[in-house]
Every structure is written in C-alpha cells, then in structure tokens.
Design a protein around this ligand. Structure first.
Ligand SMILES: [Zn+2]
Ligand SMILES: [Zn+2]
Length: 94
C-alpha cells in the first residue's frame, strides 16, 4: 500500500467537495482517494489486490503512525481525519 497525492483522475476531480471523499479512483484499480479533514491534503490509498482484511491492517499501520499525513501534522491517528473506515467500505463495495 502506498500514499500518493497526485493522480491522473484529479484533473477531472477539481470540482470535488470535501463531502465527496473518500471516492474510488476512476483510473487506477484498487485505489481510493481520501482527503484529510485536518489539513485538507488529498491522499491516494492503493490497496491493489489486497483482501479487505489485509487492506485494513495496512491502512491501520499507516494511519496510526504519527506524521504519516502529507500535511505533516503530527497526530496520534489519521484514522478519523482520513475517514479510513469509510475508505475501506468504498474500496470494497460491490
Ligand atoms: Zn485517482
Ligand atoms: Zn492531514
């Protein structure tokens, strides 16, 4: 799993509001875009072909590490700011 701020779909996503996040990337399979509620950085979460269980584990590792947000604020958890629970739902919704 990796985080990347820039994605090709952002070109079409300029009109997105904070309420539209998290959303499934229309260009890259297995990718979900979230926006940090604290610093408003946009983050791409790549789950690739991970199972939901593994994706959740990987996401917890990242989100629970202080300073992992590209906005560089140090928090105990980005789980809430990134709306991780919702991001997982969006990623694995069928
Ligand atoms: Zn994208
Ligand atoms: Zn942030």
């Amino acid at each position: 799993m990796s985080e990347q701020k820039v994605c090709a779909c952002h070109e079409q996503a300029k009109e997105l509001k904070a309420d539209d996040y998290p959303y499934k990337c229309p260009t890259i399979p297995g990718r979900v875009h979230v926006q940090c509620k604290k610093c408003h950085e946009r983050i791409a979460l790549d789950f690739g072909s991970l199972t939901k269980e593994d994706a959740e584990k990987a996401l917890r590792d990242v989100a629970l590490t202080p300073g992992e947000c590209p906005g560089y604020h140090v928090e105990f958890s980005m789980w809430t700011y990134w709306q991780c629970a919702k991001a997982l739902e969006v990623a694995f919704a069928n």
